[in-house]
Design a binder for this molecule. Structure first.
Ligand code: NI
Ligand code: MN
Length: 227
C-alpha cells in the first residue's frame, strides 16, 4: 500500500520507498487549506507540474525549509534556482530520471505554464513515477488528450492523481475516460472546489468513474489515503 496525503487543490504528498514526494505546493494562499501547517510538511523531493501560481506558490519556502530536491521542467528549475533553490534536477517532456526511490518521467499535458511574475514557464507537464513499490501518474493540469493512451502502452500504472475540476482542466467525465485509457481502477481527484470556477458535484464525479469501471477518491484536506 502507498500513502497519499492531500494538502488541498493539487498539492499532495506520496511516500515511496521511505521518501516523501510532494507535488505542486499551494497551501498558504489557499483559504481552504488554512489548517495545514506549511512548516510541518516533510519532503525529500518536490515535483512541480507547471508554472502557475496555484501549483508553485509555496515552492521556495518548502524547498528552503526541507532541503528537498526539486524536479520540474528546465524553465521552472531555472526560475527557482534564481531564488536560491538550486538543489534540483531539470527534465523535459519524454525524459526520465532515476532517483533512489524510483524513476520519474515528465509527460505531456495540454495546458499553459506562465510563472507568477510573467516569466516563461516552459510547457506544462505531468509525471509518471515507477518504483518497486508502486507505479502512478499525476496528470498535472491538462485537458483529456490522446497522448494519455501512450501511458498505458509504456507503463503498468496502478493508480493515478487526476484533475477533475473542469473549466481550466478536464472535468470528471473526461478524467474518468483518462482513467479508463491509462488502465487504472483507482484515481484520486485534485484541482476541484478551491475556487467557484472549479466547484464540482462530488456524487456526479464519483458516478462518472463508476460508470467507467473505476473508483474516484475525493480526499478531504489533511486526509491520508492508502492506494
Ligand atoms: Ni494551471
Ligand atoms: Mn491549476
Amino acid at each position: 500500500m502507498t500513502n497519499l496525503t492531500y494538502y488541498g487543490h493539487a498539492c499532495f504528498s506520496v511516500e515511496v520507498a521511505g521518501k516523501k514526494i510532494l507535488f505542486d505546493p499551494f497551501i498558504t494562499p489557499n483559504p481552504m487549506a488554512e489548517e495545514v501547517d506549511l512548516s510541518s510538511i516533510e519532503a525529500d523531493y518536490v515535483l512541480i507540474s507547471h508554472g502557475h501560481e496555484d501549483h508553485i506558490a509555496d515552492a521556495v519556502d518548502i524547498l528552503k525549509g526541507t532541503g528537498a530536491v526539486l524536479i520540474s521542467n528546465y524553465e521552472i528549475v531555472s526560475w527557482l534556482a534564481d531564488q536560491g533553490c538550486d538543489n534540483a534536477h531539470p527534465l523535459n517532456h519524454g525524459g526520465a530520471v532515476e532517483l533512489p526511490f524510483g524513476k520519474v518521467k515528465y509527460v505531456n499535458a495540454v495546458h499553459s505554464s506562465v510563472l507568477p511574475d510573467g516569466t516563461y514557464g516552459g510547457n506544462p507537464g505531468g509525471f509518471v513515477i515507477e518504483s518497486e513499490q508502486t507505479n502512478f501518474y499525476y496528470s498535472g493540469d491538462t485537458a483529456l488528450t490522446y497522448d494519455m493512451k501512450i501511458l498505458a502502452e509504456l507503463h503498468q500504472l496502478d493508480w493515478a492523481v487526476l484533475c477533475v475540476g473542469d473549466n481550466f482542466t478536464m472535468g470528471h467525465a473526461d478524467a474518468a475516460i483518462c482513467a479508463d485509457w491509462i488502465g487504472v481502477k483507482q484515481a484520486v481527484g485534485v484541482h476541484f472546489d478551491t475556487f467557484p470556477y472549479i466547484e464540482i458535484d462530488h456524487e456526479a464525479a464519483r458516478a462518472s468513474f463508476t460508470s467507467r469501471g473505476s473508483t474516484l477518491h475525493l480526499p478531504v484536506i489533511g486526509e491520508t489515503i492508502s492506494l
